[in-house]
Design a protein around this ligand. Sequence first.
Ligand SMILES: Cc1cc2nc3c(=O)[nH]c(=O)nc-3n(C[C@H](O)[C@H](O)[C@H](O)COP(=O)(O)OP(=O)(O)OC[C@H]3O[C@@H](n4cnc5c(N)ncnc54)[C@H](O)[C@@H]3O)c2cc1C
Length: 430
Amino acid sequence: MKKPIVIIGAGFTGLAAAYEIAHRGMPVVVLEETGSIGGLAASFEINGQKIEKFYHHLFNSDQYVIELINELGCRDNLLFSPTATAIYLNNKFFKLSTPLDLLRFSALNILDRIRLGLLVLKARRVKNWQPLDALTAEQWLIELCGRNVYKTVWEPLLRGKFGPYAGQISAVWIWNKLVLRGGSRNKAGGETLAYYRGGFGMLAETIAEKIKSAGGVIHTSSPAREIIVENGCVKAVKTPDAVFDAQAVIATPALPVIADLLSPHVSGEYLNKLRAVKYLANVCLVLELNNRLSDFYWLNVAEPDFPFVGIIEHTNFQSPQNYGNRHIVYLSKYLKSSDEMYRMSPGQVAELSLPYIKRMFPHFDDSWIHRYYVWKTLYAQPVVSRSYSQIIPPSQTPIKGFHIATMAQIYPEDRGINYAVRQGRQIAGI
Ligand SMILES: Cc1cc2nc3c(=O)[nH]c(=O)nc-3n(C[C@H](O)[C@H](O)[C@H](O)COP(=O)(O)OP(=O)(O)OC[C@H]3O[C@@H](n4cnc5c(N)ncnc54)[C@H](O)[C@@H]3O)c2cc1C
């Protein structure tokens, strides 16, 4: 019998690759380190309902994942809803859902409000991202909307998201975000986003079912620890419990994990490339509340010293009835894995964060908290620095048959389920 293609990682890239391979009639085995599938979009349960550990939504323009959902016959599970966005700045909330909100954005003078509004239009007019690759977001944003808008709005947000790397972030990264969010607006200028009924973990399960029904195999709790290479060609993948013969391997974890797997066999330039991309970790405090915190789904917190950069009130997007009438709020913090907060216990994370919530929402009371959860991930966001295109490692490694497909290679777009699906299906076609 023909040896299978072994896929390392059952996030959306690995699942999409396995789906494609299985449907081409080829044998495929997926090895996943954790006990469940879905990767960064994996779920846990609140009141018996699956929900993401880290908040997730889709944009209207996420064509690759929407195409896959259609193919799976699950179009009815895509739920489009209008969402309200705001920014918290100088101890105030500013709704920023529509162009009218922008005109009322009193943190900026009227000229700067117009500059900020025009930024999205100017960004959408940029069709060729290459000239932006050599610029930082800071340089490009100051050029387009002036220093005051940059200092008031963008700098605190970039510092909140990328911390010490904020000044290095590529103009391409922010350009892409502006285009993406601009593209998810309806005729009145409001934003509409999409969720998957039952959560994205459910979508992962549906893909997994299709893989299995086409003859593929998925092993959870099966970390790839070693690869076997003969004459420069990959032959097998070893987990603590078994050896999986492979005609080819597709690795989807973060680049440092892949570097560790390859390092006994590869040295020099390729390994340096794998190690050149930096990542930020993420800590998400998920509050299960008895009451609604705000009216916003997405609240950017432009206060870099707060222990979170965003408050995502999931139940202002999906009904609290789905979660036993609980209100679900994510507080998201991107940080270096060496940051003290990354090592904190769930109780310490809550203790650190809640005083800031009280400051923002004086009516908030600890008695609202039914339960809370803290989720952490080491490789949450590649640091998309200036000239990022120069440091992205190619998919073909120096080992024959060993390919990589990771979120750090997505460019000029940024990581996301949509691009994971595109990348997984593409790599499967090699
Ligand atoms: C806080 C946060 C919010 C996000 N919000 C959104 C959003 O709203 N919309 C959106 O589209 N995207 C969002 N994303 C991004 C999205 O989750 C990712 O782009 C996507 O899930 C990446 O999928 P992947 O398969 O490439 O990687 P991953 O999901 O990281 O999957 C890699 C898999 O490999 C496994 N693995 C690691 N090492 C090994 C090993 N040695 N052996 C076997 N398996 C291994 C991991 O456990 C994991 O399951 C968000 C991400 C974060 C962190």
